[in-house]
Design a binder for this molecule. Structure first.
Ligand code: SF4
Length: 414
């Protein structure tokens, strides 16, 4: 879901060859007399279609983290053990992050191996690890049981740690500037495949492998590969496990779990009814349908008004301020009039319900999609703030380690 994912695309268009003048804003939209020409490199390359159905439907083996507390007790009983063993296993898994039967010393030695092989099949295999920021940013490429690939990124800051989690292998949303979007959707991840990304990160942090020493995971952002809301059932099962009190889950605050979406409006409305104060991040990237339908093809189904109404509804239902993610792409969506238009369509829906995070696009080598100039970025932020929209430029951690999500997987497949 990261907006920092320019794909490598072949195109004969160069940055100095504009296609055509942008469509005029509607009468009510702020407008500037002169605008820089826009570059729409996607014109020269066939668009990847939106893909809602995964190419693969094979499911990974059942895992302890796919089960509810009751189902865990049933599964343990079915293996011939007392139900309370499930709680012991849950303590090892959610509190000590251990899937190593050698460490389960409170369980009968003879039963440990069979429980491990029946309930904890290995789901993720790390095949590449890249680090940056003096070892405090770690990006991992994982191969799944069927050799599908996903990525996760662990970022340690002075006062918090954040894990960016994948929810799908590939993504069917086809955003043209995104490496993951160009891969298409291989398949949905199971809940356990998401939970395992988190457990692995928690173990890494607890072991003190990220300098300066042992710590805990504070935040999860579903901004890795995939559109999480398109894999709704598994996503919610994983979220409930992250938020459940130990030993039923990791005991994280729901406020520190950020669900990111490009705008599946009905699923946003459904999320609002879950009764969880999750943080919602909408990847908007353009305030007008004309451009947004190019940058985020899903906009052709759920237009800007639809997704903003749904996100405003989310704020009303949960009281949680919504984040608007806006990848600043040079000469594409970074014009001052678009900042004004963004400010006005947000304010039209009330004050205090939203926060905008512009983020400079993280260009992939060879891509013609590139980040806005710093001065343009500064002016864009200034214009938004003039509309009294709280605005913070988002950090681009890991940009020197193929930080754009999907980039490692795309490189492996090319
Ligand atoms: S293609 Fe998917 S992963 Fe990439 S930006 Fe769009 S929704 Fe996010």
């Amino acid at each position: 879901m990261s907006p920092r994912n320019p794909a490598r695309r072949a195109s004969t268009r160069t940055a100095s060859q504009p296609r055509q003048a942008p469509q005029a804003p509607q009468a009510s939209q702020p407008r500037q007399a002169s605008r820089a020409p826009q570059v729409r490199p996607s014109d020269e390359t066939p668009a990847v279609p939106i893909q809602l159905a995964p190419r693969r439907r094979n499911a990974p083996p059942r895992h302890f983290a796919d089960l509810t507390t009751e189902e865990r007790a049933d599964a343990v009983t079915a293996l011939g053990h007392k139900p309370f063993r499930a709680r012991q296993l849950a303590t090892h898994y959610f509190e000590h992050f251990s899937v190593d039967p050698e460490t389960w010393t409170d369980l009968p030695a003879a039963a440990r191996e069979s429980m491990a092989s029946a309930l904890f099949p290995p789901l993720l295999r790390s095949t590449k690890v890249l680090t940056a920021d003096r070892g405090t940013t770690v990006k991992t490429l994982w191969h799944l049981f069927d050799d599908a690939r996903i990525e996760s990124v662990l970022m340690r800051y002075p006062k918090r740690t954040t894990l960016c989690v994948s929810t799908q292998a590939g993504c069917g949303m086809a955003c043209p500037f995104c490496a993951t979007g160009q891969l298409g959707l291989t398949r949905n991840l199971s809940a356990a495949e998401m939970v395992e990304q988190v457990r692995e990160a928690m173990l890494t942090l607890a072991n003190g492998e990220i300098p300066p020493g042992p710590t805990r995971l504070n935040n999860i952002v579903f901004m890795g590969m995939g559109e999480g809301l398109a894999n709704y059932t598994a996503l919610m099962a994983a979220i409930r496990m992250f938020a459940a009190e130990p030993p039923h889950g990791f005991g994280m605050s729901a406020r520190n779990l950020t669900v990111s979406t490009v705008g599946l409006a009905p699923a946003i409305t459904r999320l609002a009814s879950e009764g969880l104060p999750l943080t919602l991040a909408l990847s908007l990237h353009a305030p007008d349908d004309d451009l947004r339908s190019e940058l985020v093809p899903l906009n052709q189904r759920y237009c800007v008004d639809d997704v903003l109404d749904a996100t405003r509804g989310y704020f009303e239902a949960t009281g949680r301020r919504v984040s608007i993610e806006y990848a600043l792409i040079k000469d594409m969506n970074d014009q001052p009039w678009r900042a004004d238009l963004l400010g006005s369509i947000l304010n039209k829906r009330g004050r205090g319900w939203v926060h905008v995070n512009p983020i400079p696009l993280n260009p992939t080598p060879g891509s013609i999609w590139t980040a806005s100039d710093v001065e343009v970025e500064r002016k864009f932020v200034e214009r938004l703030r003039a509309h009294k929209i709280p605005t913070t430029i988002r950090d681009t951690r890991g940009s020197d380690i193929d930080g754009a999500c999907g980039q490692l997987a795309a490189e492996e497949e090319s």
